[in-house]
Design a protein around this ligand. Structure first.
Ligand code: IMP
Length: 410
C-alpha cells in the first residue's frame, strides 16, 4: 500500500470506467484516509454509494464517500447540482452516527440548486420520450443542468437572498412548458431551512479556496461521479447523464488546473453493468447475466432498479484510459466471477457491429477476502493480467469482497 500511495502524488481523481456503480465509494473511502481534502466535482443526487457508518448501511447521494474521515475538509464543487433537502438529510444521518461534517463542509457558491420542480420536469420529460426514454434516475439532473446552461439557474451563492421573485418567474415558464405547478412556498421554505444550516459552508470562489490548500502542500482526492460512458460529451449520447464525468470534467468542476492531477484511478467492475437505457454490447440477458446480478447484488442504490449485467468490453476501458489518462485500474468485485466456468471478454466489434469475444477460463473457487495477488487462483491472475495487457494500464487494486480490507494492492 505504501508504494501505491507514494505513486499517487498530491492530487488523485477516482473515475468510473464503465456506466457507473463500479464501486468507487470503497476506494475513495480507503484512500480518503491518506489525503487532506476530499472533493466531489460534478453531478447530483443521481449518484448513490453505500457507506457503512457505525455498523449500519447508508446510501449517500451527494456527499463523497470519503466524508467519513473526521477532520478532513469535504468540498462540493461548482459542477454540482445540489438538492438541498437531500444534503441536509445526509448531514443529519452522519450526525446521528456521531460524524460531524458541518464545520468542515465547503460548498461552491457556483454550484446550482436543484429544486423539487426539476424532479417533476425530469419525470414529465421521460414520459414524453415514451419508448425512447433515457431511464434517468428522476432526480431532476437534466432539468437542473438545462437551467444552468440557459443561464437561468439559481446558484448556492444566492441562497441567502430573497428568491421569491425569481422563483415566481420560473414557475410561469415551468407551467407553460411542462404543465407543472411549482409550489413556490414549499420551495422557499426548503431554502430557508437549508440557509440556516449551510450558509457558513458556502465558498464564494472555490478555485481560490483550493489554491490555498495547494500552496500549503495539502493533498486532494477527487471522487468522480457516474462514469466515462455516461459523460455528456464522450459517453453514449443521448443515454448519458447531463454532466461531465471524466477527470478533465472533475478538474473543471472544481476549478483546478489540469496539470495538478498527479494520478487517475479508473474503476471498473470485473464484469459490467448498466442501469437505464442505451447500448450495452456485451449485455448477457441469459442465466449467466442473472447470476452476475444476484451474486453481485446488482440493484441500483439510488432507484433500486435491477441493473443490466454482462461482460467486460475492453475497447471501452481503452477508451476511458485514453480520455482520463488512467495511471492505474481498480478492478472491483472479482469474487462475483468465482462460480463462472468460462468468462467471455469483449475485445472488439466486427463489421456487422457484433462483439468479438475471447473466452477466458474461470477459476471456480472462492477468491473472497484474498489480499495478495499471488494467492489468487492461477486463472484469476491470468484474467487480471489479460485485462491489464489489453488496456495498457496496470491493475493495481483488485476488490475481493465488500469489506474495506477485502482488497489486493499491487
Ligand atoms: P440522470 O443522470 O438521472 O439524468 O440519468 C441519465 C442516465 O445516467 C440514466 O441511464 C441513469 O441510469 C444513469 N445514471 C446516472 N447516475 C448514475 C449513477 O450514479 N450510476 C449509474 N448510472 C447512473
Amino acid at each position: 500500500m505504501k508504494k501505491f500511495l507514494a505513486d499517487l502524488g498530491p492530487c488523485t481523481a477516482i473515475i468510473g470506467a464503465q456506466w457507473g456503480d463500479e464501486g468507487k465509494g470503497k476506494v475513495t473511502d480507503i484512500l480518503g484516509e491518506h489525503f487532506d481534502v476530499i472533493a466531489r466535482a460534478c453531478g447530483g443526487a443521481n449518484a448513490g454509494h453505500t457507506i457503512v457508518v457505525g455498523g449500519k448501511k447508508h446510501v449517500f447521494h451527494l456527499l463523497p464517500a470519503g466524508c467519513l474521515h473526521e477532520g478532513k475538509p469535504v468540498v462540493l464543487g461548482s459542477g454540482m447540482v445540489i438538492h438541498l433537502p437531500t444534503l441536509l438529510e445526509e448531514i443529519e444521518t452522519l450526525k446521528k452516527a456521531g460524524v460531524h461534517l458541518l464545520d468542515r463542509l465547503f460548498i461552491s457558491g457556483s454550484a446550482h440548486i436543484l429544486f423539487e420542480f426539476h424532479k417533476k420536469i425530469d419525470a414529465v420529460m421521460e414520459e414524453r420520450r415514451g419508448a425512447e426514454g433515457i431511464g434517468t434516475t428522476k432526480r431532476g439532473i437534466g432539468p437542473a443542468y438545462m437551467d444552468k446552461a440557459a443561464r437561468s439557474g439559481i446558484r448556492m451563492e444566492q441562497l441567502t437572498g430573497d428568491l421569491r421573485k425569481v422563483l415566481t418567474e420560473k414557475a410561469k415558464d415551468v407551467k407553460i412548458m411542462y404543465g407543472i405547478d411549482v409550489d413556490i412556498d414549499a420551495e422557499l421554505a426548503a431554502l430557508k431551512t437549508a440557509e440556516h444550516v449551510l450558509k457558513h459552508a458556502i465558498i464564494s470562489l472555490l478555485p481560490d479556496f483550493l489554491r490555498e490548500f495547494i500552496e500549503k502542500k495539502k493533498t486532494i482526492l477527487i471522487e468522480g461521479a457516474q462514469a466515462v460512458l455516461l459523460d455528456l460529451d464522450h459517453g453514449s449520447y443521448p443515454y448519458v447523464t447531463s454532466s461531465q464525468t471524466t477527470a478533465a470534467g472533475a478538474l473543471q468542476g472544481l476549478g483546478l488546473p489540469p496539470k495538478i492531477l498527479s494520478s487517475c484511478i479508473g474503476v471498473a467492475k470485473a464484469y459490467c453493468t448498466r442501469v437505464g437505457s442505451g447500448n450495452f454490447l456485451t449485455e448477457d440477458t441469459g442465466e449467466a447475466g442473472e447470476r452476475l446480478r444476484e451474486r453481485g447484488g446488482e440493484y441500483g442504490s439510488t432507484t433500486g432498479r435491477p441493473r443490466r449485467t454482462g461482460w467486460l468490453h475492453l475497447p471501452h476501458l481503452q477508451y476511458g484510459a485514453f480520455i482520463n489518462g488512467f495511471s492505474a485500474i481498480n478492478l472491483t468485485k472479482l469474487d462475483v466471477l468465482d462460480t463462472e466456468k468460462e468468462i467471455p471478454v469483449g475485445v472488439g466489434v466486427d463489421t456487422n457491429g457484433k462483439v468479438i469475444y475471447e473466452k477466458l477460463a474461470g477459476w471456480q473457487t472462492s477468491t473472497r477476502s484474498i489480499t495478495e495477488f499471488g494467492k489468487l487462483p492461477k486463472a484469476a491472475q491470468d484474467y487480471v493480467l489479460f485485462i491489464e495487457k489489453k488496456i495498457g494500464v496496470p491493475v493495481r487494486l483488485i476488490g475481493t469482497g465488500q469489506g474495506r480490507e477485502e482488497i489486493i494492492v499491487r
